[in-house]
Design a protein around this ligand. Sequence first.
Ligand SMILES: Cc1cc2nc3c(=O)[nH]c(=O)nc-3n(C[C@H](O)[C@H](O)[C@H](O)COP(=O)(O)OP(=O)(O)OC[C@H]3O[C@@H](n4cnc5c(N)ncnc54)[C@H](O)[C@@H]3O)c2cc1C
Length: 323
Amino acid sequence: MRTLIVGAGIAGLAAARRLLELGLEPDDLRIVDKARGVGGRMASRRIGTPAGVARFDHGAQFFTSRSETFSSVVAAAVDAGAVVEWTRGFGPDPDGHPRWRGSAGMTSLCKWLAADAGLEPLLGHRIMDLRAELADHPADAVIHTAPVPQALATLALGAMLPEPTVAQQLAEIHYKPTIAVLLAPQIDPTGLAAHGGAQYVDHPDLAFVADNRAKGISPVPAVTIHLSNERSNELWNATDDDVLTRALAWAADALGEAGDRKALVGHQIQRWRYAGPVDIHPDATVVWGNDPVVALAGEAFAGPKVEGAFLSGRAAADAVFVR
Ligand SMILES: Cc1cc2nc3c(=O)[nH]c(=O)nc-3n(C[C@H](O)[C@H](O)[C@H](O)COP(=O)(O)OP(=O)(O)OC[C@H]3O[C@@H](n4cnc5c(N)ncnc54)[C@H](O)[C@@H]3O)c2cc1C
């Protein structure tokens, strides 16, 4: 069964590993991703500063593992040095449940998932029209793990959408945006707990602030600010300058003097249009067709976030394999 996997984020890599477990020949597996590296929204970035390279997690900040399946993979990644425990809770009253992070940034887990299984995704390869791609590289099955609106766009061009009621259900999966503000200050922030993370639940302006040096991934001061979904929506078309001004004001307590704009040695603004689904599809994957069989997977299916995306990728692999 020649299989194309679109996306080398956690869902795509989980699907690929599952197909190999089921006995698929590695030569029958083709994984492509438009990005320059694996990981998708488990994203890390660097900014050069006079003091050294500042490293940031700018998408997902941490992940949890509850299911046995994902926990066993996380345990293997911990043994391999790709994942470490960050903390057991962010608030004043931690719940004691481990929050994991990649050892050198969130991409570490995906890099390890690929290397451990001998997977070599084709990077920098964007699928525009899935049917055209399949004309060049035929496949019996496709597992598509892009955010659902992006996946549907590549399917629509080649008239590969599922029957109308399913297509309509998929078209109703909407996403919340998040603006990430990356700061390279000269000094570390002073208003965060020793582990360096602050999670804001139901905060009007902020969703998360992380000191990436305290977190253990940056050798020099590096702060990630995630604006709340509401503020991200409001500021989506604002200038980077405006976003920076407001983010510094909203995060002033967490930053302390590190928030002095004149003393920043670097900054970047990243807009995540598809930060997370508003509603989750009830099934772990949606599958249709026979020539090829197509499955959608990712965090929008059955369970959100990193673990949900992982489990959805595996479910898609199981579903296409039995067809
Ligand atoms: C700002 C932010 C904060 C988050 N915080 C957390 C958190 O703290 N904890 C948590 O558990 N989760 C968090 N998440 C969610 C988590 O990152 C996602 O649930 C998970 O990474 C999704 O994985 P995925 O494989 O489904 O999708 P993705 O990671 O998006 O992977 C899809 C891949 O498909 C590729 N792709 C898309 N279209 C095409 C195309 N046409 N051709 C080729 N390739 C394509 C993309 O480049 C991408 O690599 C956060 C996400 C964001 C954006």
